[in-house]
Structures are given as structure tokens and as C-alpha cells.
Design a protein around this ligand. Structure first.
Ligand code: BTN
Length: 233
């Protein structure tokens, strides 16, 4: 891996670039002991990029990077927010579709894969962020090049700077911001055939659903958003 030259990134981050790798998440997960807290690995190309539910994540001249955290943070809330705020700076109207897809005009512009490592205790968390620079019709994905002239590096820089700012916020402050960008909170949703209102997000990023009979807390692993959670837009 080559050394850091990210002049505008926060000083306390170790930033590495690599041309080609299987997956930036895989690398940081497998090597978390060798790298300090807040290590970011940015790849030009991934040969085996992974999405949630072990889906393949295809990137072709797109943005792929992962950040290693060795302390617990509300990453399920912070990561999508950091991307949404970076896009807001570009005057792009993006929303967070729970748990952590970022959409523009209902098309996916970014996806996030958060992998926590535990033995008995928390060891580390790897937050992988993929952002499309180009449209991909077959995935209903939208790219950023039509919205900005910024380079991939500049966009990553912006996401990392927002991330770093968000790490300092309290949970209630994060939730307030998250709600502003969420496409799900305060909306009617159908879960397993029943209608609920999505009313909150927990510290673990679980979604709180409420109707007159029941309050449910669902984890992002329980459902495939495209499958059983239907959003009433
Ligand atoms: C998803 O939407 O399912 C999550 C996609 C996450 C993709 C990123 S790209 C950088 C990092 N490395 C991976 O293998 N995956 C994440």
C-alpha cells in the first residue's frame, strides 16, 4: 500500500491508497491488529467487493473505501449521515433509506457495509463505503459525475471530514440529524404484512416500528429492505 497524501483529511486518520484489492473491508478486517484506530483504506479497484447479505458489489472507476475503528461508535447512524452530508455539500438532494442505502431520485448512489469484530468484547468495526460515480442501469444505480466535477479523492475527503465531525456528536444529536435525511422515519411502512409507522432509530441502528397494537424493533439483518419492508412514499 502506498502512504498518505490526503492533505485535507483529519490529522488523526491514517490513510492508505491501493490500486487493486479484493475488498477494502476484507483487508481491514483481516489486518485490524496491525493498523491503528481510524485507518482508511482507499482502493482504485476491488476484484471482490461485497455488499450487504454477501451480495457482489461492482465498482468500475467508482469510490471504494473502508475505515477501521477500534472504539465503538454509532456507525450505523454516522456512516449514512456522513455520506448524505457530503452529498448535501454538492447540492445534491440525497436521502437515507434504512438501514444504509443512500438514494438520489430513488436510485442508489451509495451503499455501506459495516462489519463489527467481536471476541467476547468489541474489538473493531470496519465501515465500508461504496459510492457510484457512474450510472449502472442494470442495478438502478445513479452516479455522481452528473452532479459534480469533484474528484473521487475530494469526495472521499469530504465524507471522512463529515464522519469525523459526526463522531463528536451525542446520540440524540445524531438521531435528530438522521431523521432529517431519513426516507423512512415518520413514514408508513409495511413489515410482514402489517402497517406500522417507522418512528425511531436505536443506538445500534435498529428501526423502531409502531402501530396501535405493537412496538417492534427490527435489526437491519432481519430483513431485506427490497423484500419485506415496503415503504409508502
Ligand atoms: C451495500 O449496499 O450492500 C453495501 C455496499 C458496500 C460496498 C463497499 S465498497 C468498499 C467496501 N469494500 C467492500 O467489499 N464493500 C464495501
Amino acid at each position: 500500500m502506498s502512504g498518505r497524501d490526503f492533505l485535507c483529511a483529519p490529522i488523526n486518520y491514517s490513510i492508505y491508497f491501493i490500486d487493486t484489492i479484493d475488498s477494502t473491508n476484507n483487508f481491514l478486517k483481516n489486518n485490524y491488529k496491525a493498523y491503528p484506530d481510524k485507518t482508511a483504506l482507499i482502493a482504485n479497484k476491488q476484484t471482490a467487493g461485497r455488499g450487504r447479505f454477501d451480495r457482489v458489489w461492482i465498482s468500475d472507476d467508482d469510490i471504494c473505501f473502508s475505515i477501521l475503528f477500534k472504539k465503538f461508535h454509532y456507525n450505523n447512524i454516522i456512516a449514512p449521515l456522513a455520506v448524505a452530508l457530503a452529498l448535501k455539500d454538492l447540492n445534491v438532494d440525497a436521502g437515507i433509506k434504512w438501514p444504509n442505502d443512500i438514494l438520489i431520485n430513488n436510485k442508489k448512489v451509495a451503499g455501506i457495509l459495516i462489519e463489527d469484530l467481536y471476541s467476547n468484547d468489541f474489538l473493531a468495526s470496519v465501515v465500508g463505503i461504496g459510492m457510484n460515480m457512474h450510472d449502472k442501469a442494470s442495478f438502478d444505480a445513479i452516479g455522481l459525475t452528473k452532479f459534480t466535477d469533484l474528484s473521487k479523492k475530494e469526495i472521499i475527503n469530504s465524507v471522512i471530514n463529515h464522519y469525523n465531525f459526526l463522531l463528536e456528536l451525542r446520540y440524540d444529536e445524531l438521531v435528530k440529524l438522521y431523521k432529517k435525511y431519513s426516507m423512512v422515519i415518520d413514514k408508513k411502512v409495511i413489515y410482514k404484512g402489517q402497517e406500522y409507522t417507522a418512528c425511531d432509530i436505536t443506538e445500534n441502528g435498529h428501526l423502531v416500528l409502531l402501530n396501535e397494537n405493537m412496538k417492534l424493533v427490527i435489526s437491519s439483518n432481519e430483513i431485506d429492505v427490497k423484500g419485506s419492508l415496503i415503504l409508502n412514499k
